[in-house]
Design a protein around this ligand. Structure first.
Ligand SMILES: Cc1cc2nc3c(=O)[nH]c(=O)nc-3n(C[C@H](O)[C@H](O)[C@H](O)COP(=O)(O)OP(=O)(O)OC[C@H]3O[C@@H](n4cnc5c(N)ncnc54)[C@H](O)[C@@H]3O)c2cc1C
Length: 412
């Protein structure tokens, strides 16, 4: 950064503008990024601003826009898909201190972006409520990061993506022309957009009543039986909060061998209804969605650890997973988060193995997998509805015509 521009940042932000190398290193890092493909892509931040109020955010945007300096928002940096790493030399704006507002009525909660998801949940649970869908990283991540960077989580069997079906009711976003209020379908332009089209300052999310979900385990010898169970479960969707599928090896590793009577395929269901053997599984959050490939990166002994994720409907899940297991047996670990997308049961299927097994796995998946690229930093490769991608792009053109916000993440 030119000295005169750096001075201007110092003049405007004083102690909130940080250029200490250690701090910049942290501000450019993604500690849970375990993809060997994305890990090599990041650049170092050229300055860090710890925003304390909306005015700080608007001022940073104004300066970055004037000098055409990229700006990357940072919650708690828990993204596993590189959303938070700067791809160009950028100013990073830390929004953790924008955490003042938590207020709810009977149907929704209003939150500042720096509020931790767990604090929002604690606030709600005291009132007998919870978020419809929340990430399995709830204990470490922020609301702003979840809205801008996340998509699925606990509750996705009942509700799908967190933003589906009016899952974000309203948002205030800061763009180069100041604050903008978004509502209706336009608000979906910020969901999953990796902060590439503005900085979220406030959101309203719908809430639900807490119910007595009980974790239960069912074990099966064949994948056919698992799929039959999932078809039957569709009749009770509203009463099931969460379903995951684990092969024997995955569940044995994650539980440290502490769960008995496992079979080749094990299904964990959280429901108010009775489905199977009730269990208390303290490690469940380490299994869900992105948590599984982060957890297994620590626990497995693969020398060239690699993973893939695909969204598969039930016929594809049965066909792809049967073929992969037949070819690789226990050298591939399989986890599935069962969710509902556009009223269809879809399995967020995670394959973990040695990297050199993936050409074979990819070939099997390519025949049937829905496009979904977990090793891409570009939002475009994960958004599975063209109309939503178009919405994101048009919001970017409106709020960020010079591509200041997190450039390289959203292909226009
Ligand atoms: C163990 C584990 C489990 C996980 N489970 C899930 C899961 O179940 N579901 C899921 O969706 N994700 C999951 N994740 C990924 C990630 O934790 C979530 O998406 C999380 O909510 C991101 O929050 P964060 O505060 O860490 O955001 P960050 O990582 O800091 O940021 C994420 C993205 O949002 C942008 N951003 C952050 N704040 C703002 C803002 N105020 N305005 C605009 N853009 C902003 C950033 O620039 C970045 O692009 C998991 C990660 C881990 C490590």
């Amino acid at each position: 950064m030119e000295v005169s521009i750096e001075r201007e940042f110092e003049r405007n932000f004083q102690a909130k503008f940080i250029t200490l190398p250690g701090e910049l290193e942290k501000a450019s890092s993604a500690p849970y990024l375990v993809s060997p493909v994305i890990s090599r892509m990041g650049k170092k931040a050229i300055g860090l601003i710890k925003a304390e109020c909306d005015e700080d955010v608007l001022n940073v945007i104004r300066l970055c826009n004037r000098y055409r300096i990229p700006l990357v928002a940072r919650g708690n940096g828990t993204s596993t898909i590189g959303q938070v790493i700067p791809l160009r030399e950028s100013i990073v704006i830390d929004v953790n201190q924008l955490n003042k507002e938590i207020s709810a009525n009977d149907t929704s909660i209003r939150l500042s972006p720096g509020v931790r998801v767990k604090d929002a949940l604690n606030y709600l649970r005291k009132r007998g409520k919870e978020l419809r869908v929340y990430p399995s990283s709830f204990y470490i991540s922020t609301i702003g990061g979840y809205v801008a960077g996340g998509d699925v989580g606990i509750g996705s069997y009942q509700y799908g993506y967190y933003f589906d079906n009016h899952g974000v009711l309203r948002a205030t976003v800061a763009g180069v022309n100041g604050k903008e209020e978004l509502s209706g379908s336009k608000v979906l332009g910020i969901a999953q957009a990796a902060g590439a089209n503005g900085i979220v300052l406030s959101v309203d999310l719908p809430i639900i009543d807490v119910e007595e979900w009980r974790d239960q385990i069912l074990s099966f010898d064949s994948l056919h039986d698992v799929v039959n169970f999932l078809k039957n479960a569709e009749n009770f969707r509203e009463k099931i909060r969460r379903i995951t599928i684990e092969d024997f090896a995955t569940l044995s590793i994650v539980s440290g061998g502490r769960v008995n009577e496992l079979k080749e395929w094990n299904v964990i269901v959280a429901s108010v209804l009775d489905f199977g053997r009730e269990v208390e599984l303290k490690f469940l959050d380490e299994l869900a969605f992105a948590a599984i490939y982060v957890t297994l990166s620590r626990l497995t002994k693969f020398t060239q650890y690699f993973y893939e994720v695909r969204l598969l409907n039930l016929p594809s899940f049965l066909s792809v997973v049967s073929q992969v297991k037949k070819a690789l047996g226990n050298s591939v670990l399989i986890h599935g988060d069962v969710m509902t997308l556009r009223k269809e049961t879809v399995v967020y299927t995670v394959f973990v193995s040695e990297r050199n097994n993936f050409p074979l796995i990819d070939e099997i998946m390519r025949k049937e997998g829905i496009p979904f690229e977990i090793h891409s930093v570009e939002v475009n490769d994960r958004v599975d509805e063209p109309w939503r991608l178009e919405l994101m792009k048009s919001l970017k053109k409106e709020l960020d015509p010079h591509d200041i916000f997190n450039p390289g993440k959203l292909r226009i």
